[in-house]
Design a protein around this ligand. Structure first.
Ligand code: SF4
Ligand code: FES
Length: 251
């Protein structure tokens, strides 16, 4: 069994396993730390936005760490809202908010965590993306790999190759759903969904009529060698349960 440790976060005593990430311990104990590039969907965290910084005091020495990837290795005292952290977080927030001035989420966070005095920063007009890379990670984790970061410097962005509709995209919305700034736009009608410049037909359950995804995403989720399902998971389970009941009735 893993060694247990007791740490203090903002005056609250918290028990955790040695090696657990500080962010997870704080969240489990109801202590809020802002995150942007961290998603529960993945075990490996990117730790690139730095909005989750906190101060950790170990053996009398204080240091600033990123809570989302900081493993607790010894007893310590954590400060998530010290003056130093609030100052530094405000700078990080200002930089991110100027990188993505069109994102409502970033504007809200900046209002909450930001401070005045960053008027000299130049905003990237029309931008909502903070380049956290979560969307690319989501796409790669599904084995689709349809999007990546392209170009460099201030032109750097997430896109399909040459901005063309990608043959690998299945229109599943994983990228849009994981995006912390709502930067990935898509449109949907009763029968189609358009994302990354490509239009997909929607697939509906033959039993209950609920939306299952795009025909490509349903096919991709089923796997190459499997039959493409025509009913949703809930109906499939119900059907299986009904069939099982029938079988038992006749034995
Ligand atoms: S589109 Fe969203 S998820 Fe993708 S890099 Fe930009 S902010 Fe991150
Ligand atoms: S949430 Fe921790 S570095 Fe981005």
């Amino acid at each position: 069994m893993n060694e247990m440790l007791t740490i203090t976060i903002d005056g609250v005593e918290c028990t955790c396993q040695k090696g657990e990430y500080l962010y997870d311990v704080a969240t489990r104990n109801g202590i809020w730390i802002p995150v942007l590039c961290r998603s529960d969907a993945f075990d490996d965290h990117r730790a690139c936005c730095r909005i989750c910084i906190v101060e950790v005091e170990e053996r009398g020495r204080r240091k600033v760490v990123t809570a989302c990837v900081y493993p607790i290795e010894q007893e310590c005292t954590v400060y998530t809202k010290s003056e130093k952290i609030l100052e530094e977080r405000a700078v990080i927030m200002a930089l991110l908010a100027h990188r993505a001035p069109d994102s409502e989420r970033m504007a809200e966070m900046n209002k909450f965590m930001g401070r005045s005095g960053f008027d000299r920063l130049i905003s990237v007009d029309g931008e909502k993306c903070i380049l956290c890379g979560l969307c690319v990670q989501a796409c790669n984790s599904l084995g689709t790999g349809a999007i990546s970061t392209v170009l460099r410097g201030t032109d750097k962005k997430v896109d399909t190759p040459y901005g063309n509709p990608s043959a690998f995209c299945v229109g599943c919305l994983s990228c849009a759903n994981v995006c912390p700034t709502d930067a990935i736009e898509y449109t949907q009608t009763d029968t189609t969904r358009t994302i990354w410049n490509r239009e997909f037909d929607l697939a509906f359950c033959e039993e209950c009529g609920s939306l299952m995804g795009t025909t490509e995403s349903v096919r991709h989720a089923a796997g190459e060698d499997s039959e493409v399902p025509s009913v949703c998971d809930a109906c499939r389970k119900k059907k299986l349960a009904d069939e099982m009941m029938q079988t038992y009735r006749y034995v």
